[in-house]
Ligand binder design. Sequence first.
Ligand code: SAM
Ligand code: SF4
Length: 325
Amino acid sequence: MLLADSYQRRFHYLRLSVTERCNFKCTYCLPNGYQKKDCEPDLSLAEIEILIQAFVKLGIRKVRLTGGEPTLRRDIIEIAQVLVAQRGIEEVALSTNGYRLSSIAGPLLRAGVSAINLSLDSLDPENFKAITGTGRLNQILAGLEQALSLGFQKVKVNLVLLRGQNSHELAFFQDWIRHRPISVRLIELMQTGENTLFFKQRHLSLDSIRQELIQTGWCLNPKKLTDGPAQVYSHPDYRGTIGLIAPYSPGFCEGCNRLRVTSKGALKLCLFGEKQESLRDCLGDISLQETLLQRVQTLVAGKPISHFLHDGRVGNTLNFSGIGG
Ligand code: SAM
Ligand code: SF4
C-alpha cells in the first residue's frame, strides 16, 4: 500500500504534532504565547501507536515529532520509543525550541531518535529574547552542544529570517558553523492567518541571500530523492552547511513528500490547506484500522497541487503551533 496523490507525488514522511502547547512566544508564531482554545486533549500515547501503525502500512518511513513544543509532553520519550519500535520506520526526528534539550538529549538518543532540528533565531542573547520571549539562549546552546557531543547523526538549526530583526546576524551564523558540523537552515517567513501585519513588516525573500552565498563561494549540493524542501549549500572552508527553505519560490510544492497530523489527530494535507479531516474516531481501537487506512488513502488522493501562498491564501492556518510547521 502506498500513499500517492493525483499529481503522482508519493508520501513517505509524516510530521506529527504531539501538542499545540508552547512555552515560547516567537514573534512570528505565538507572539502572545499559547492560548488554550478548546478542551479536546492531545492524542494519547495509545492513539499515537494506532495512528503510526496505519501510516507505516501506508508507506510512511520517516516521522518528525513537532508541535507546539513537543518536549512539553511528559511522555515524549515513550512516544519516541513507540515510533522507533515500528518495523518500517527508518528515521524518527524531533523539532524543538531546545528548552529541555540538555536534559532529554540522552534519553532521546537512547530511545532511537536520530535527528534533531533546533529553532535558533538569534545568537545574540538580547535579540533572542526579543524574538522568542525567553532569555535562555545559553541553556539552549548548551543543549545543542550536548546533542552534538552525544553523537546525534543529524543536527540542524532552523532560523526564520526576519527583516530588520535577525537578518543582520547571517554573518555570525556563518562564522559559527565554520568549525561545527551543523546545517543551518534559513526559513523564509510564511504568512499565516494571525501574522499578516508582522509578515508585511518582516518578510524577506531568500533570493538575495542565495545570490550572496553563490558569490562568496557556497555551492549547491545535489539533491537526493528523500531530501526535504531545503536547497543545501556547502563551502570548502566551512564544516557546516546552509540550507534555504523558500516556500514562495517556483516549484516548491512539486517535490512535496510530506503529510501532517495535528495534535488532535486531524490529517492536514497541506500546511496552508483549508481541509483538515479528523482521524480520531478511528484511533480508539485497532479493529478500526481498515477504515483508517481507506480514509487516509482517499483523503491523500485529493491533496491540492499547491499551497497558493502567492495569492495570499493561507487556508485555515492561524499559526503553526498545532501543525508543527
Ligand atoms: N516548537 C518547535 C520549534 O520551534 O522548533 C517545533 C514547532 S515550530 C511550529 C516548527 C518550525 O516552524 C520552527 O522552525 C519555527 O521556526 C517554524 N515556524 C513557525 N512559524 C513560522 C512562520 N510563520 N514562517 C516560517 N516558519 C515558521
Ligand atoms: Fe513555540 Fe516553536 Fe511556535 Fe516558537 S515556533 S512559538 S517555539 S511552536
